[in-house]
Design a binder for this molecule. Structure first.
Ligand SMILES: Cc1cc2nc3c(=O)[nH]c(=O)nc-3n(C[C@H](O)[C@H](O)[C@H](O)COP(=O)(O)O)c2cc1C
Length: 429
């Protein structure tokens, strides 16, 4: 276990402090980057095969190439640290344990795309992480590493300003277009795409939105070279991931491991197995919006996007939620549906109404007032939300509900059968 690559969460005491970070080579990779041409920096990221860590696993280098070149418009980078999805809690480890790597990653990304200013968007309730990130940024500014003074410090003509932006506490604000609306000072409503952020982003200017972990990973990529990074982990989705493991394991927490690590290895070796040696009933592999796997499906499953996609689910944010044999999956699904109903911004009818209906139907099943048609109705509502909304919150709501009902239909049938007096009444009438 000791030979595992540590690209983000270092075991060095006080690594979050600027002096310790710099004593260990911090901010030297930026020097390496500015000795290269900006396009070569982007090419290195492309070569690395880095895919976004914010949920969709989109190729990062490719995304950077969407930014217009040679334009005199200001360009922005929005760094997404909203992290409001249940089961996702890895980015705050970066704010807490390695904020300077994030700043250095922003500088490198900024140089590659000729960005004028970057906003690190952190969910409003996360006061502690907002304060820690702001402190790190203040320290970087006072050492002349960021802002106008960095030109002098690094002997280069490029400079970037970086701001910590506190969100107001809404899951929808993690969606990239809402995040930009929120930074602009409006209510966090998603916008239609196209135009994509690189065409029309913050204040209608070209913008790239990347996750906190994605940007932090750019530093080791530049340090070791894209080709070497591409050799770590799963070939189609290389590098390490910060897996946030929660639920019924003995040692929940955030584990940095190569992509492609076996799910059972994470649960049984790193997380010390399931509490009280219970069997596993279900695992959500990438945050609450992802379809679950049944306990009998997890053997041999590798934690990378391509492997999970082949099983009908996704890596998402790498937030693994483990549920033991005693978990009431009707209640779990109802709780998840409640979250998405609560967080739907209400702009699109299929999401606004559909999320409400899914919650209502699940509630009927839970209290024993469902009819025999309700399970199919639930799946039909989920199918009608998916793909019919401006942003992917609708999909995020539909996927786990459809996944649980389909994979654990017996349990839902039993719940409704056990309490089916209303059903009998309805059928009799
Ligand atoms: C409802 C919703 C919430 C999201 N929340 C987050 C989030 O908290 N953090 C994040 O990085 N991406 C989140 N995303 C994905 C972003 O829209 C975007 O794809 C991501 O920030 C891009 O970064 P990446 O390419 O580095 O992964 C969310 C998407 C949706 C639909």
């Amino acid at each position: 276990m000791s030979e595992l690559p540590r690209l983000i969460l270092q075991d060095i005491p006080d690594y979050h402090k600027i002096d310790v970070y710099m004593a260990n080579g911090g901010y030297d990779t930026y020097k390496k980057a500015i000795a290269m041409k900006p396009d070569d920096v982007t090419n290195e990221v492309k070569k690395s095969g880095l895919r976004g860590r914010g949920g969709a696993a989109f190729p990062t280098g490719l995304k950077w190439t969407f930014m217009p070149k040679g334009s005199d418009k200001p360009k922005y980078l929005a760094v997404n640290g909203d992290e409001s999805e249940p089961g996702s809690f890895k980015d705050r480890q970066i704010f807490e344990r390695n904020p300077h790597q994030l700043i250095e990653g922003i500088m490198i990304a900024g140089y590659a795309m000729d960005i004028n200013a970057a906003y690190i968007y952190i969910r409003g309730e996360y006061h502690k992480w907002v304060d820690l990130m702001q402190k790190a940024l203040d320290d970087a500014y006072s050492k002349g590493l960021v802002g106008e003074k960095m030109k002098e410090t690094f002997g280069n003509n490029y400079s970037i300003d970086i701001y910590v932006h506190k969100g107001a506490g809404a899951y929808i604000c993690g969606e990239e277009t809402s995040l930009m609306t929120s930074i602009e000072g409006d209510r966090g409503y998603p916008r239609y795409k196209p135009p994509f952020p690189a065409q029309r982003g913050l204040w209608d200017m070209p913008t790239t939105v990347n996750n906190v972990e994605t940007i932090s990973t750019v530093v080791p990529i530049l340090k070791m070279g894209g080709d070497n990074f591409a050799k770590i982990g799963a070939p189609g989705h290389p590098g390490t991931l910060l897996f946030g493991v929660s639920g019924h394991v003995n040692k929940p927490g955030v584990y940095e491991l190569p992509t492609g690590t076996l799910l059972t290895d994470i649960i049984y070796n790193y997380c010390g197995g399931v509490r009280n040696n219970k069997k596993i009933k279900a695992v959500i592999p990438g945050g609450s919006s992802m379809p679950p796997l049944r306990g009998d499906e997890i053997e041999g499953v590798r934690m990378d996007e391509d492997s999970l996609k082949a099983l009908g689910t996704h890596i998402g944010t790498g937030g693994i939620i483990v549920m033991d044999e005693d978990t009431d999956l009707v209640k779990t699904t109802l709780r998840i549906a409640h979250f998405y109903h609560h967080e739907s911004c209400g702009q699109c009818t299929p999401c606004r109404e559909g999320c409400g209906w899914m919650e209502k139907i699940l509630h009927r099943i839970e209290i024993g007032e469902a009819t025999s048609k309700d399970l199919d109705l639930l799946i039909s509502v989920a199918n009608n939300i998916e793909g019919n909304t401006i942003c992917a919150l609708g999909d995020a709501a539909a996927w786990p509900v459809r996944g649980f009902v389909t994979k654990f239909r017996d349990e839902f049938e039993k719940a409704h059968g056990k309490r089916s007096s209303a059903d009998t009444l309805l059928q009799a009438s």
